[in-house]
Write a protein that binds this ligand. Structure first.
Ligand code: BGC
Length: 258
């Protein structure tokens, strides 16, 4: 048993939010801190804010690893895409930039992968030991594919091509807002998206996150799928909790996980 909290930080378009996470409970160990995302939100500018958050929680986090989510492909510490963020993240050695700025190891992960792991460990998918697919409906669509607790990172199924179009440009929650779609107009887009994912991956469970999931009752029951489809439970805590979990796991700190 360990009481050391692991800092998770979620980098979003408008805010950068961090909190120490108790990985035994799967919840924040203290209240989160939010700092507005700088403009332009380059990796260097964001590293400054990440450093401020780490400084704020220094007493609680000791030398435990720090996990950071990025809304992009993150492979071996390098960010490889930037669908909805500043283009300077493409091919940026992000983990190295953050680690050098903070003077301690930082583990960077895709935002949906973090949310997916949090839901599998502590949230809506905690009792499922099959194939779980988390999707986040927000500015874009993020996805996480987790089989029996093991994450296949960077699936990027928000960009799957459907009817010749990038899926997130039709089915992200931001599209509903931008076009002022009613649920009756938005649901067919979600149906087309989820039935395509189901045809290709046959998951046992879909978990739907993103801000819109608070209104899940208005659209999830209308989707016709073989698999169960349920709202995420950890809401806007999922990214922070999942980033902390993945950072501890990557560092081999099993002492922090049990
Ligand atoms: C990005 C993903 C990200 C998702 C949610 C997509 O546009 O390509 O990397 O997970 O948005 O933020």
């Amino acid at each position: 048993m360990s009481n050391t909290a692991v800092l998770g930080i979620d980098i979003g378009g408008s805010g950068i939010k961090g909190a120490p996470v108790d990985l035994v409970k799967g919840d924040f160990a203290s209240e989160r801190l939010r700092i507005p995302t700088p403009t332009p939100s380059t990796p260097e500018a964001v590293a400054e804010v990440v450093a401020q958050i780490a400084e704020h929680f220094a007493a609680e986090i000791g030398d435990a690893p720090i996990g950071v989510t990025i809304p992009a492909v993150v492979a071996h510490g390098i960010t490889r895409s930037a669908a909805n963020i500043d283009k300077s993240w493409i091919d940026s050695p992000t983990e190295q930039i953050f680690t050098e700025r903070l003077g301690r190891p930082i583990h960077a992960v895709n935002d949906a992968d973090a949310a997916g792991m949090a839901e599998v460990r502590y949230g809506a998918a905690r009792d499922n030991d099959g194939l779980v697919m988390l999707t986040t409906l927000g500015t874009g669509i993020g996805t996480a594919l987790i089989y029996r607790g093991l994450l296949v990172p960077n699936t990027e199924l928000g960009h799957i091509e459907i009817d010749g179009r990038d899926a997130e440009t039709d089915a992200a929650a931001s599209v509903k807002d931008r076009l002022g779609l009613k649920y009756s107009e938005y649901i067919p887009r979600l149906q087309r998206y989820y039935e395509t994912l189901e045809r290709l991956f046959s998951p046992d469970l879909f978990v739907v996150g993103g801000g819109i999931s608070k209104d899940a009752a208005k659209f999830l029951p209308k989707l016709k799928l073989k698999a169960d489809i349920v709202p995420a439970e950890l809401r806007n805590k999922a990214g922070i909790i999942g980033a902390a979990w993945l950072a501890a796991d990557a560092a081999g700190r099993t002492d922090l996980l049990t």
